[in-house]
Design a protein around this ligand. Structure first.
Ligand code: AMP
Length: 188
């Protein structure tokens, strides 16, 4: 978890590789579908471009299908999911059905100015349609409104680990691996 621009996607790819599990990024899956002009992509695009969340029913079904793939059988790292209370409930039931649970929920903490600057840089480098100044601001608000409350939920379950997301990527990765190890969540 972490606000847009906290570095979730960047860290997810590195950490998943280190833990030898697939990184399941809902944002990436939506973007691939948009590029390939699938039905899902067409549906998701209008929400993404506006900086809004794709409806839970669509997102949950997509994650359910992805986690049923064989490479996720022994573990996975979720990036950008769950983002709403309803997604937490749906993930709980998916995990209960497979008789497993989350090892840890990682929260990347960053300061707002740094995040906005990172997003503006990414807009230039990657040309993402949802990285305009207006949409960046809206996405921060949506996160604060719908996703930030999930921090409490997972903290209450004793799963939350907070990691300082500021600084160079490899330093943040080292911090993440250290805390996951302490939380008993990292593969040895
Ligand atoms: P991200 O790359 O994680 O920032 O996601 C980009 C966009 O994809 C978000 O702004 C949402 O429109 C959509 N999205 C990604 N994950 C979710 C999710 N868990 N629930 C709803 N929408 C999502």
């Amino acid at each position: 978890m972490g606000p847009p621009g906290a570095g979730k996607g960047t860290q997810a790819k590195v950490i998943a590789q280190r833990l030898a599990v697939p990184a399941v990024s809902t944002g990436d899956i939506f973007r691939v579908n948009v590029t390939q002009r699938t039905e899902l992509g067409r549906e998701a695009k209008r929400y993404m471009d506006a900086g809004d969340y794709v409806p839970d029913a669509i997102t949950n079904a997509m994650v359910r299908a992805r986690l049923a793939e064989p490479d996720a059988a022994d573990g996975f790292l979720l990036d950008g999911y769950p983002r709403t209370v309803s997604q937490v409930e749906e993930l709980d039931s998916m995990l209960a059905e497979r008789g497993s649970g989350l090892d840890a929920v990682l929260l990347l903490t960053v300061d707002r100015d740094e995040v906005v600057e990172r997003l503006a840089r990414r807009a230039r480098d990657e040309g993402r349609a949802d990285d305009t100044v207006e949409v960046i601001g809206h996405r921060q608000d949506v996160y604060a409104d719908q996703t930030a409350p999930l921090v409490e939920v997972y903290d209450g379950r004793g799963l939350l680990v907070r990691v300082d997301g500021m600084g160079p990527v490899d330093e943040v990765t080292s911090r993440v691996l250290r805390v996951l190890d302490q939380a008993g969540a990292a593969a040895s």
